[in-house]
Ligand binder design. Sequence first.
Ligand SMILES: Cc1cc2nc3c(=O)[nH]c(=O)nc-3n(C[C@H](O)[C@H](O)[C@H](O)COP(=O)(O)OP(=O)(O)OC[C@H]3O[C@@H](n4cnc5c(N)ncnc54)[C@H](O)[C@@H]3O)c2cc1C
Length: 283
Amino acid sequence: MSGAVLLERERLTSGTTWHTAGLLWQLRPSDVEVELLAHTRRVVSRELEEETGLHTGWIQNGGLFIASNRQRLDEYKRLMSLGKVYGVESHVLSPAETKTLYPLMNVDDLYGTLYVPHDGTMDPAGTCTTLARAASARGAQVIENCPVTGIRVWTDDFGVRRVAGVETQHGSIQTPCVVNCAGVWASAVGRMAGVKVPLVAMHHAYVVTERIEGIQNMPNVRDHDASVYLRLQGDALSVGGYEANPIFWEEAVKYRPRAAGGLCLKTSTEKVCAVWSDDLRRA
Ligand SMILES: Cc1cc2nc3c(=O)[nH]c(=O)nc-3n(C[C@H](O)[C@H](O)[C@H](O)COP(=O)(O)OP(=O)(O)OC[C@H]3O[C@@H](n4cnc5c(N)ncnc54)[C@H](O)[C@@H]3O)c2cc1C
């Protein structure tokens, strides 16, 4: 990592990461994803803390997938088998067992659930701070308030465009290698090097509830058929969903996180209700 420089236009986490729910579900249908998630979980829940002495803010409150139909339950049974191969503990629960685990949940229309006790929630600020500390200790540099304003390129004898350096308001850095990790602004950074990054931002709504008695220590919940997630947030819930007809937000790239008060847009009650009608039924 020695010699790596991270240039951040504002402050670390000021982009999308600031908003993230930080849900870590270990079981996914692809074995590559299962391995990647296991690695991420190891790093965030143990290794970073051992290396830096800092707590990343990881909370192991478990994860619960809801099956609203028989096919979904069959899929969860397959996920449980996949988990066994990779050493991920999980349990398929009946509606009654789910009610015992999560007394506040309405389980009347459930076929069952998949419970993964070692899933959990990442804290974006804590994880980034700890990652930055570990990277700095290994010789990397993190420079905040330093926007990339240009990328110098040259063309080699075979006609291939190559990177020569990065320009900032405070000077330039010579390098043959740039990693574009500018999130929703990646297309703008790509354009600096003549590269098209096929990425479009979409509106995403979430709501944080008031305190709910009895919600403490409950697992995060994901309902794939209703396209919603419930994230434990202290003694409240953060509820988000994936719209069936997503609204593209092409101007997102023009927003500076701080100037816009974070990447925030106002949403309407109608939009939120359209996404969460299924979810409200669950409560
Ligand atoms: C409500 C919500 C919930 C989510 N929940 C989950 C979840 O549960 N699990 C999950 O895995 N993911 C989740 N995500 C997705 C996840 O948050 C994002 O994929 C992730 O945060 C993206 O991180 P990033 O570093 O790629 O981008 P960002 O965090 O946006 O970082 C990009 C950075 O680039 C900087 N930048 C831009 N232009 C320049 C420039 N010219 N020079 C220098 N710096 C520049 C910006 O300031 C910014 O800090 C969620 C997202 C949202 C909005």
